[in-house]
Each structure stands twice: as structure tokens, then as C-alpha cells.
Design a protein around this ligand. Structure first.
Ligand SMILES: Cc1ncc(C[n+]2csc(CCOP(=O)(O)OP(=O)(O)O)c2C)c(N)n1
Ligand code: SF4
Length: 341
């Protein structure tokens, strides 16, 4: 039989490629031993990025820890849609904390394992951006500062979705939410400085900080696997579109997440002990309008008279990220970038 060279893209897929890879390199979801940590039957909306991100993240963590994992979950959509009493979709020991104290509860669970002499049982805390960047922020900073042996995962859908789409400190400028209506001279969320929790986590110089996206699930699995191989405080910030809150089509979740990366608004990077050590380059930068136009929360920017000034400000944010992290191929070769080690 004639020999055929394997093409690169085949190994990047979730189907045929996995059979061509060595077993340890196959994606967690494609393996027959996947744990279905967040099982079918939950009540997330169709196309929910948070459900997808959580499923991939926790399955990867279960594989990395040989299923010796405990999850702590802040109040929010992920908790509500997965555990309507008396049901649960979780196939992992799972505790519901309060809205704002998931990091502190996880620190306690890790301390209990230490007291029991169980260094094989690992702990993950997870919550939405409201539970992480707003109300849970103090507990999270304390967990970082003590270097507790916990991976904290923030599923960032850029608002308080569970209670009806209120603004959080992760809501982007100009976005319409229930508390930032699209009316008045400056409709939608005001321009502020934004709260960049990955950078704040890095400032604590914890062992590992990374951003990930449901646009790149293999990368997400790899980052979770790497995080679970390390000890101490770790932070993973995952971009998870919310069709309901963003006014987007449920089939566009991955497309929107990909555009957020490709326009520069959501940079993918990793940092160890406060220094950026890797980032995913952008092959083809797209204008932010391609990303914004798919979401009704930004529709007021594109009325009869497009709000050119504020669109330009958002483009400036994306360009700044690209410059700061050195995301374009040519800037990579020049060796520029943010705090790189
Ligand atoms: C102390 C406290 N304040 C308010 C609430 C109500 N509450 C529950 S979930 C939630 C919003 C969750 O938003 P986020 O953390 O962003 O997660 P998402 O639902 O978007 O995934 C709020 C305000 C609460 N449970 N406890
Ligand atoms: S409101 Fe958004 S985050 Fe909540 S379940 Fe629906 S899509 Fe997911």
C-alpha cells in the first residue's frame, strides 16, 4: 500500500486525529475513559459557553488527578443549571459555596486534605466573573497570597447572568446589560479601566496563571492538565460566551469566542511566577467590528449612525493587547511583549 504523510490538521481534530496520536496526547473528550464530569441533563441554555468550558476543564482535571478531585462552586449559572435540588449533573465530589467565598472554601478543603495526609486529592474552585472579579475577589486574593494548593477557574461571560444579566467588573465598555441600558448620551457600559484579574493574579507571583477560551478546547485541556501538575495557587480565566446575555445565536458561541481571540480583545497566554511565558499568536487579525456585530449587546453601536468614536476606542483596546502581549507573528519575531520571562 502506498504510504501517505499525515497532515498536521488531522492531529488537531477531535476525531480521526486522536487515533493517529499516541494515547497520552489524545484529547480528553475523545478518549473512551472520559469522565463526563458535567453530565447530560443539566439545564444550561443551548450553546452555553460556560457549560462547555466547565465540562472540558473538569474532565481534563479529573484525568490529570486520576479522578482524585474535589470541586467547589460559587453561586451562579454553573451552579444553578447543574444542581436543581435534588438533582445533580456532576460526576465528581462537588460543594456549593456561597456566591463570594468559593476560594476560601476551596482553601479549607485543601487544608483538610493536608491534615488528613492526602496529597493525592486535589481541589478546584470555580465561579463566574461576578463571583470572581467582584464579590469573591478578596477571598481569591487571600488564596493567592497564601499560595494555597487550589486551581481557581473563572468562567468569564462578562456579566451576572444567573440573576438576569447585570454588569460586573468584567463587562466590556459599551455593552448593554440590565443595569447598563442602551440609552442616553453614552449608551451601555461606561468606559472604565476594566478589572484584569489574570494580570492581578500574576502580580501575586503565584505558580501559574493562564487564559483560555472555548474557541480552543485542546489548548484549554492542556492548560488545565499543566495546572494540575503544579502545586500551590493557580488561576485559569476562561472566556465563555453567553448566548442569552450577549444576544447572540446559540450556534455562534465558538465563532464569537474565536473572533474575540482573533481581534485581540481576549489574549491567550500563560504566566509562571508573574512572568508571561507563552502566548498564542494571532495569525490573521480581524477588526473588532466582526466580533461586536454578532452580539445584540453591542447593537446600539451600529445604528443608523454608527458610534465610530467608541468603536475606535474598543479597537484601541484590542490593538493595545496585541502590542502588550506581542500577539502578531511579526511582533513575536521582534521579541516584544508584556513582562516576558
Ligand atoms: C451575597 C449574595 N449576593 C447576591 C446573590 C445573588 N446572586 C446569585 S448568582 C449571582 C450572579 C452570578 O454571576 P456570575 O458570578 O458572573 O456567574 P454567571 O451566572 O454569570 O455564570 C447573584 C448576583 C447571592 N447569591 N449572594
Ligand atoms: S444564561 Fe448564559 S451562562 Fe447562564 S446558562 Fe444561559 S447561556 Fe449559560
Amino acid at each position: 500500500m502506498e504510504e501517505q504523510a499525515i497532515k498536521y490538521y488531522q492531529t488537531g481534530t477531535f476525531t480521526v486525529g486522536n487515533r493517529l496520536l499516541a494515547e497520552g496526547e489524545r484529547s480528553v473528550q475523545a478518549g473512551i475513559h472520559r469522565t463526563n464530569s458535567l453530565n447530560s441533563g443539566h439545564r444550561a441554555c443551548q450553546g452555553c459557553g460556560e457549560a462547555l468550558g466547565a465540562r472540558y476543564a473538569i474532565d481534563a482535571a479529573m484525568r490529570a488527578t486520576n479522578n482524585q478531585l474535589i470541586c467547589v462552586n460559587a453561586t451562579g449559572c454553573l451552579e444553578v443549571f447543574s444542581t436543581p435540588y435534588p438533582e445533580t449533573s456532576w460526576q465528581v465530589p462537588w460543594i456549593h459555596s456561597l456566591f463570594g467565598n468559593a476560594a476560601a472554601v476551596a482553601s479549607g478543603v485543601a487544608a483538610a486534605q493536608r491534615a488528613l495526609g492526602r496529597d493525592d486529592v486535589r481541589v478546584i474552585a470555580q465561579g463566574g466573573d461576578g463571583g470572581t472579579t467582584d464579590i469573591g475577589f478578596g477571598c481569591l486574593s487571600g488564596m493567592f497570597e497564601r499560595n494555597d494548593d487550589v486551581l481557581y477557574i473563572c468562567y468569564d461571560n462578562e456579566a451576572y447572568m444567573n440573576t438576569g444579566v447585570q454588569r460586573s467588573s468584567a463587562t466590556p465598555p459599551t455593552a448593554r446589560t440590565a443595569t447598563t441600558p442602551a440609552m442616553g448620551p453614552s449608551p451601555g457600559n461606561v468606559f472604565g479601566t476594566g478589572k484584569n484579574v489574570p494580570l492581578i493574579a500574576m502580580a501575586h507571583r503565584i505558580p501559574y496563571v493562564a487564559t483560555a477560551s472555548v474557541a480552543n478546547l485542546r489548548d484549554l485541556e492542556r492548560k488545565v492538565t499543566h495546572a494540575m501538575a503544579l502545586r500551590g495557587a493557580r488561576y485559569l480565566h476562561i472566556f465563555v460566551p453567553c448566548p442569552l446575555g450577549w444576544g447572540a445565536a446559540s450556534e455562534d458561541t465558538i465563532r464569537i469566542a474565536r473572533l474575540a481571540v482573533e481581534c485581540g480583545l481576549f489574549p491567550l497566554f500563560e504566566a509562571h511566577h508573574g512572568k508571561v511565558t507563552a502566548r498564542t499568536p494571532i495569525r490573521r487579525q480581524v477588526p473588532v467590528t466582526e466580533y461586536l456585530k454578532l452580539q445584540k449587546r453591542f447593537a446600539h453601536l451600529f445604528g443608523k449612525q454608527p458610534d465610530e468614536a467608541r468603536i475606535a476606542q474598543i479597537q484601541q483596546m484590542a490593538d493595545q493587547n496585541i502590542a502588550d502581549y506581542g500577539l502578531l507573528e511579526d511582533s513575536l519575531s521582534l521579541g516584544r511583549g508584556l513582562g516576558r520571562g
